[in-house]
Write a protein that binds this ligand. Structure first.
Ligand code: 4AD
Ligand code: MG
Length: 485
């Protein structure tokens, strides 16, 4: 771990390579020559030496460095080593005399690389999250955001691990697209036309045939439709990439740019899809518990006291499943008996609002719950239509996975694989077959039952960290009226 490589031209003098603080703190034995580089968190001067805590972002904890006053340039270096300054320390890794850490470095040389004066905004602890959002370019240097972004990295890796182990291929679906997968019309346009003076057709409408792509294009809201074409060739695929929604929802759970994981599997039905979603969420929670233990403990201490028991509960218990029709029954009874006062009433055929979703998972089932078979009229054209129920009501094989504290974290469905029903769905929703020719072809050539879902990566991170605002689990959030940095 503490590999020493002689620098060119310094025969016999061994200069150590940089070791990350995380690895220094996990060392098995002392070492005479280590090199640490990072940023000063705190400095305390005593008689004859200074304590400097150096953090390099590799772990929550920093390493304590003892800088003795008999170093030749002690006075010059140490007064520049204020909070936020970058430093380079060469010295010996020794067992720490103080409490709270196993190892510390006794500096042989201590150099400030870049100073940070008193205007550095992360001087003291306890800044509000709102303030930290304004300095998003520096907030990753705080304990909280360092921890969030390390968990984000780890879970991105765990996503690949989960699917690759199960034989799913990672595919890249386009970011610029001409189709509106969710049919909600919430797309950001992509155009190189002059907005002040666009070409117009005979009717006065903007003539997109003269635009860059020769048609109207947008940023994708989902890679699903293209993902389906690859699943109907490679059998099991997943996407993991940025998606964009121009929905004007200024909530703590909506971002205009977010990352979505979308598996799609041929020969998989809705039950299999729900099972895959459940296994996937458990895998990510388990992985974070195992590989981000320090970070999760930090969140449990400073962000959400109930975090660890809640995550463990999720691992231990099977998730509940409940049809939409049964969910409406539960909500109506809760409202009818006065057990729960909802802001908006809900009846069969209505969309579940966030308060309803949260009631189901937090108060009724008290665990993650998958609601399935939603009314046909509420859902996009691609979902498989069920036979009507005894009352003649039509549903589709949709599913939403709801978790306590957040509500919907996954949305998915079995896809309509019958050509005639798909075309009927498209006609009902006013979609032009010619625009979706390639999608419809999947039902013309070797159609198969298939299913998939989308997991909002930021919502998953909120669930795993307890951080309650989506703006604080992505480095640079994009929300209505906000595209800073
Ligand atoms: O339920 P949604 O809209 O489903 C789809 O897009 C399907 N095409 C997915 C599929 O079947 N392949 O979105 C899926 C998930 C939601 O459950 C939520 O977690 C997240 O994406 N999501 C958002 N996350 C943050 N900000 C937003 N504005 C989001 N909209 C959806
Ligand atoms: Mg949804």
């Amino acid at each position: 771990m503490f590999e020493a490589t002689p620098p060119a031209g310094s025969a016999g003098v061994h200069a150590p390579k940089r070791t990350l603080v995380r690895d220094l703190l996990a060392a098995g034995e002392p070492c005479d020559a280590v090199l640490a580089q990072g940023w000063v968190r705190t400095r305390r001067d005593a008689k004859g030496f200074s304590f400097v805590e150096v953090n390099d972002g590799s772990s929550l904890k920093g390493i304590q460095v003892i800088v003795k006053s008999d170093l030749p340039d002690y006075a010059e270096q140490i007064h520049r080593a204020s909070t936020g300054a970058s430093v380079e320390v060469r010295g010996a890794l020794v067992p720490s005399q103080g409490a709270g850490q196993r190892w510390e470095i006794v500096a042989g040389t201590f150099n400030v690389i870049g100073t940070a004066d008193a205007t550095f905004p992360l001087q003291k602890k306890g800044h509000s999250l709102e303030f930290l959002r304004e300095i998003a370019h520096l907030r990753a240097r705080s304990n909280l955001f360092g921890a969030v972004f390390r968990v984000r990295s780890r879970l991105a890796f765990a996503i690949h691990e989960f699917f690759q182990r199960r034989g799913f291929f990672y595919v890249h679906t386009p970011i610029i697209t001409a189709s509106d997968c969710e049919g909600a019309g919430e797309m950001f346009g992509v155009s190189t036309l002059d907005p002040a003076n666009p070409p117009r057709d005979d009717t006065g409408a903007v003539d997109y045939s003269r635009d860059f792509f020769g048609k109207k294009t947008s940023l994708t809201v989902s890679g699903q439709l293209e993902g389906e074409t690859l699943a109907c060739a490679l059998s099991n695929i997943y996407t993991f990439g940025p998606t964009f929604r121009a929905e004007n929802s200024n909530t703590s759970r909506h971002a205009a740019e977010f990352w979505m994981v979308e598996p799609e599997a041929a020969f998989l039905d809705l039950d299999g899809d729900m099972q895959l979603a459940e296994d996937f969420v458990k895998h990510l929670v388990r992985d974070a518990r195992e590989h981000c233990a320090d970070e999760l403990e930090f969140f449990a201490k400073f962000v959400d006291k109930d975090l660890l028991p809640r995550l463990d509960f999720v691992l231990e218990r099977p998730f509940q499943r409940c049809s939409y029709t049964d969910a409406i029954g539960i909500l109506e009874r809760a409202a009818g008996t006065g057990a729960k006062a909802f802001e908006s009433t809900v009846a069969w055929g209505d969309n579940l609002q966030s308060e309803h979703e949260r009631f189901l998972s937090e108060e009724h089932f008290k665990c993650p719950v998958t609601v399935f078979n939603y009314p046909r009229s509420l859902k996009p054209f691609y979902m498989k239509v069920n036979a009507p129920d005894a009352l003649g009501r039509e549903t589709v094989r949709a599913m939403d996975l709801l978790v306590p504290g957040i509500g919907e974290i996954i949305g998915g469905s079995q896809r309509e694989e019958r050509l005639d029903v798909l075309l009927d769905n498209m006609a009902r929703q006013g979609l032009c077959e010619a625009d979706y020719r390639w999608y419809v072809d999947l039902r013309r050539y070797g159609t198969v039952p298939h299913s998939g879902f989308g997991l909002g990566f930021e919502r998953m991170l909120m669930f795993v960290t307890g951080v309650s605002n989506i703006r604080d689990v992505i480095p640079y959030p994009r929300t209505p009226k906000n595209a800073e940095f």
